[in-house]
Design a protein around this ligand. Structure first.
Ligand code: HEC
Length: 250
């Protein structure tokens, strides 16, 4: 009996030791940067969603939704979600490369809003295709082009072929779709791949009420953006924000 218990504890100690090694293999600083990048992109998506009625207002010309207004709202949203104050980034406990990447991402996101000003301010037009998903795609592309760090939205039942998941993303998206996977909070999955060279991280997204006007029911019906609705319900897995960054954070 005693020997059995002792054997069990030895096994437990061994197991926790191995788990410790496996965890240590994920560079914490790089993981923190990748998570902040995903949360920052999703914060921008949230700001677009909050301003959707304004952006789609056909009665109004100048919406006042400038990149400065956008930035101030993203700073607020990002602080609420990550605890990081973007306006005090330089003194934050983030690697120098991490700070640089976060600034590049904010700059890319603002650039998209700047480029879309004439579309946003067009009077007489309702839907303008300036929505969280398109902003996310355009911003991710600019950011990846500039930094070499992959940042994209993805989903198993994707709309835009540019957002198609690769094998790694498919594996993790399937995990996010398991009924037992926690759906509140930033429940990221991070893994080191390519013999330790690349850190990959996915931040899961789940459908909220506001998503269902486009991704909800009736399945197959055309939504306002010109795609067929997927038939999803509130709480269904919606996809993820995906980051691939050199594991050494450089
Ligand atoms: C106004 C309609 C609309 C709403 C509302 C909407 N989406 Fe989408 N969604 C789209 C469109 C259009 C695309 C394709 C974007 C592109 O061209 O890259 C898309 C793409 C996506 C993608 C990337 C994968 C793909 O299908 O290409 C994810 C993930 C996603 N949406 C999740 C959400 C979530 C979560 C919400 C709510 C928070 C939401 N969407 C709300 C229209 C919408």
């Amino acid at each position: 009996m005693n020997a059995k218990v002792a054997g069990g504890s030895v096994l437990l100690v061994l197991l926790s030791f191995c788990a410790g090694i496996a965890l240590a293999a994920i560079p914490a600083e790089t993981e923190a940067t990748a998570k902040l990048l995903a949360v920052l992109l999703d914060s921008g998506r949230g700001v677009l969603a909050k301003n959707q009625t304004l952006i789609n207002d056909p009665e109004k010309g100048d919406k006042g939704f400038t990149s400065a207004v956008f930035e101030a709202q993203v700073v607020e949203e990002f602080k609420n979600r990550s605890g990081t104050d973007f306006t005090k980034l330089d003194s934050a406990k983030i690697s120098d490369r991490g700070k640089q990447l976060l600034k590049e991402l904010m700059a890319a996101g603002k650039q998209v809003i700047d480029e879309k000003q004439s579309v946003i301010n067009e009077k007489g037009k309702g839907y303008k295709n300036v929505i969280p998903a398109t902003w996310g795609t355009w911003t991710g592309e600019k950011f990846t082009q500039k930094t070499g760090v992959l940042l994209k939205q993805t989903a198993l039942d994707y709309r835009n072929p540019k957002n198609a998941p690769d094998a790694f993303e498919t594996k993790i998206l399937n995990k996010f779709a398991e009924p037992t996977y926690p759906r509140e909070g930033e429940n990221i999955v991070a893994e080191v791949v390519d013999s330790g060279k690349t850190l990959r991280l996915l931040l899961p997204l789940y459908h909220k009420k506001g998503c269902l006007v486009c991704h909800g029911i009736p399945k197959g019906e055309m939504d306002i953006s010109g795609y067929k609705k997927e038939g999803h319900a509130e709480g269904d897995p919606a996809g993820a924000i995906s980051v691939a960054i050199p594991a050494d954070g450089k």
